[in-house]
Write a protein that binds this ligand. Structure first.
Ligand code: MN
Length: 284
């Protein structure tokens, strides 16, 4: 069977996220490769470098948002639909490049098409959250599905102006199809982790945990506008479980960089990849 993890790189800006995602998958001993879908905006140097790190790449073109009134950051938000047509794979596990894998998740390749987590939906304050989070998706690609989606892009509404809202409308029965609902530990936002811990006993997984253990956070999703690698990320005021998750992310990047030859570290540095842990050490 042709199985692969897939993520997307729209531009060089998400490079730190991609490097951490890939390194965390490797540290979790994932059996399957990571395929990176790259647009024409990604530098050739970076494509060469990530290929030499063992990632595969595939060029794709943005699927443009039909609503031209949407702000620029929403313009490319339908592009994720591309994965639904990747028939050269039997099954893919799509992961956003702002995610950190804490333990092996290869079991996801045994799940059905459109398996995903209703992240946050267990909380009493979010009982109106019933639909999937598109940060992590199990997809059995089918060209006919993609063609059908593209033909309906103008007519199917999207509550958030992007692919996730489109998928909610395109698959209205998902919320009732319990066999498609992944444990929320496969797509956990740092901001709600504290509540999931208090109410349901969720803890962050380590590679030593028994894979069958329940209520483990296996994938952390740094959703939201500021990412752990952003210059404007407010690390000082990032506290509690939020801080724990960011430190896990930064340590993973540090671990990755510390294994590289110095010229490769310099290369990534020119593309804005900063070793936060090492810099902290220097300050002290
Ligand atoms: Mn995301």
């Amino acid at each position: 069977m042709r199985y692969t993890y897939v993520t997307m790189l729209y531009s060089d800006n998400f490079l730190p996220g991609l490097l951490v995602l890939h390194h965390s998958l490797k540290k979790a001993h994932s059996k399957y490769p990571l395929l990176v879908l790259v647009t024409a905006n990604v530098s050739k140097d970076i494509i060469f470098m990530i290929t030499s790190l063992g990632m595969q790449t595939e060029r794709f073109d943005f699927i443009v948002n039909p609503d031209a009134t949407k702000p620029a950051r929403f313009r490319e938000m339908y592009s994720k639909l591309y994965i639904f047509g990747m028939e050269h794979y039997d099954k893919i596990v799509y992961i956003d490049s702002d995610m950190l894998v804490c333990a092996n998740i290869d079991i996801l390749f045994s799940k059905k098409h459109l398996s995903a987590a209703n992240s946050g939906g267990m909380l009493p304050e979010h009982t109106d959250w019933k639909d999937l989070n598109a940060g992590l998706l199990v997809v059995v690609p089918n060209r006919a599905t993609l063609n059908d989606m593209l033909s309906k892009i103008d007519s199917v509404t999207s509550s958030d102006g992007g692919d996730q809202g489109f998928l909610h409308s395109y698959y209205p029965n998902w919320r009732m199809e319990e066999e498609l609902h992944l444990d929320h530990g496969y797509n956990m936002f740092p901001a709600i982790l504290e509540r999931y811990h208090e109410l349901f006993g969720y803890t962050i997984a380590t590679p030593l945990d028994d894979p069958s253990t329940e209520r483990l956070v296996r994938v952390i999703h740094f959703c939201g506008p500021t990412k752990p690698w952003d210059k404007r990320f407010d690390y000082k005021n990032c506290l509690g479980m939020n801080r724990v998750t960011v430190d896990l992310w930064r340590n993973c990047l540090h671990d990755f960089l510390s294994l590289l030859p110095i010229n490769a570290v310099r290369f990534f540095h020119t593309y804005g990849v900063q070793d936060f842990v090492k810099d902290e050490e220097l300050i002290v």
